[in-house]
Ligand binder design. Structure first.
Ligand code: HEM
Length: 457
């Protein structure tokens, strides 16, 4: 029945006049529209993703993506901080229908990733299943445990933290110190590295990793001699051969990917921390002068700074730690998945949820740091004049899946930083140059490009 024949019948039946009929018809259509609209809105609301965990309203299908799109990609780290200030130690965001929970502040991070580590150490399927190359970063269970144990052992055997490797690092430092600005080849090398880690261009790591894997592994396997270990890949082959005798938990592909993961995870992180270190030295010349005074007193100028000097260069170490804290180059952990219900601050994070630890929130946690925004290397020096352990200081994250490269990174940072300061005064190109400490998010959190004058001391 059409709407007009229906209204004709009503007209006859109730003897309504034409005006009454017009109002009635309009009223029916409006009611119908309101009903349909309410129904649509209600069903949209019902299908919107929901959880008991705090967080902003999530729209059906898109979740919180509109909110995330509003934020500049380069300022995402600030957005996560803002959310933590609003919703507290645990909040959730929906990326479409996918829920991700952020853990904020040192206490909550410690509770989730250390105290409940048995439930929060695995990587989620979006990392393990989609990855083309599966090494230490995107494996779980016994394979991950084996890869991790062997990697850490390999680094120790190879001398991380020991004098021998310190000397090798210093040879590289000497090359950097003598680097000629007009050397086009060196400049090209730096540009290529920059492209690799910014994920742009044909040399981005994502594109070259598969090639690197096949070329290097094949080359090493054919020339491998168990009695003569030439480098990290040989060491790996040797350790894995031993491992295979008892428990073949992983294959050649997995450890090739692991070697590459170490390369990828270890290069840009350390380089960007050093970039920040240079910027902080420009911004805080009195700190630079104090570091140099300490270096001059302990070592002088007759030789390079070595690892043996580390314990005596307390102020230099404290300065590097404060730079790491303030620059927070890894603003959060990589993705994890809960393998059971996790309890934190009165919330229950259900099994199977993707979670992330917010590292910045711990590095700036006012419960653990007085005046957290202030650059204050002295905060790391105890009354006994030695470096003090600070609980909230987790630039390498925490728990069983924290960064395995921490000892190597610390060694490199110390040697490069202190040897540069021993040889050079770092200055702004012009006294009026404004320095920008805001930085931007890329693979790591980087400072905006800046110019520096390195004047031989
Ligand atoms: C300043 C330098 C560095 C910082 C701040 C840093 C920070 C981190 C952080 C926050 C994680 C994430 C942990 C998680 O999954 O939750 C991580 C993982 C990792 N890092 Fe580093 N890292 C640095 C240098 C290095 C170096 C030099 C290496 C290698 C030699 C390295 C190798 C790795 C690897 C392989 C992982 C994954 C571990 C796993 O999944 O078990 N990192 N790092």
């Amino acid at each position: 029945m059409t709407l007009s024949s229906y209204s004709d019948q009503l007209y006859t039946r109730f003897r309504l006049n034409k005006m009454d009929m017009f109002i009635f018809e309009t009223g029916t259509i409006v009611t119908l529209c309101i009903f349909v609209l309410t129904f649509l809105l209600a069903s949209l609301y019902m299908s919107a993703p929901k959880s008991n965990l705090p967080g902003p309203f999530a729209f059906p299908l898109v979740g919180n993506l509109p909110l995330l799109f509003k934020e500049k990609e380069s300022e995402k780290h600030l957005f996560y901080q803002k959310m933590a200030a609003k919703y507290g130690s645990v909040y959730r965001l929906y990326y479409g229908n996918l829920m991700m929970v952020f853990i904020n502040g040192y206490d909550a991070v410690n509770s989730v990733f250390v105290k409940q580590a048995d439930l929060t150490t695995d990587r989620p399927e979006i990392m393990t299943k989609r990855a083309k190359v599966k090494g230490i970063v995107n494996q779980n269970g016994p394979v991950w445990k084996s890869l991790r144990r062997i990697s850490i052992q390999a680094m120790r055997d190879f001398g991380v933290g020991k004098k021998s490797l310190g000397e090798t690092v210093n040879e590289e430092v000497a090359v950097v110190i003598k680097y000629d600005h007009n050397d086009r080849k060196f400049q090209e090398l730096l540009d290529t590295f920059d492209q690799m880690f910014s994920g742009e261009g044909t040399t981005s790591l994502g594109r070259i990793l598969p090639w690197f894997k096949y070329i290097k592994m094949k080359e090493h396997k054919t020339t491998y001699d168990p009695n003569h270990c030439r480098d990290f890949i040989d060491l790996y082959l040797q350790l894995v051969n031993d491992e295979f005798k008892t428990k073949p938990t992983f294959d050649a592909e997995a450890f090739a990917a692991t070697i590459l993961a170490f390369f990828a995870a270890g290069t840009d992180t350390t380089a960007q921390t050093l970039n920040w270190a240079m910027l902080y030295m420009l911004g805080f010349p009195e700190t630079q002068a104090k570091c140099q005074k300490e270096i001059d007193k302990v070592i002088g100028h007759g030789r390079m700074v070595s690892l043996d000097d580390k314990d005596k260069l307390v102020y230099v170490q404290a300065t590097l730690m404060e730079i790491q804290r303030l620059s927070s180059i890894a603003s959060s952990s990589m993705l994890r998945v809960t393998t059971g219900d996790v309890h934190v601050d009165g919330h229950v994070i259900p099994k199977g949820t993707i979670i992330r630890g917010n590292i910045i929130s711990s590095l700036f946690d006012s419960k653990y740091w007085d005046d957290p925004l202030k650059f204050l290397p002295e905060r790391f020096i105890g009354t006994d004049g030695k470096i003090t352990k600070k609980e909230g200081f987790i630039p390498f994250f925490t728990g069983p899946r924290m960064c395995p490269g921490e000892p190597l990174a610390k060694m490199e940072l110390f040697l490069v930083f202190s040897n540069i300061l021993q040889r050079f005064n770092l200055e702004k190109p012009h006294p009026d140059t404004q320095l920008d400490f805001n930085g931007f998010s890329s693979v790591t959190f980087r400072p905006h490009p800046f110019q520096i004058r390195a004047v031989l001391r």
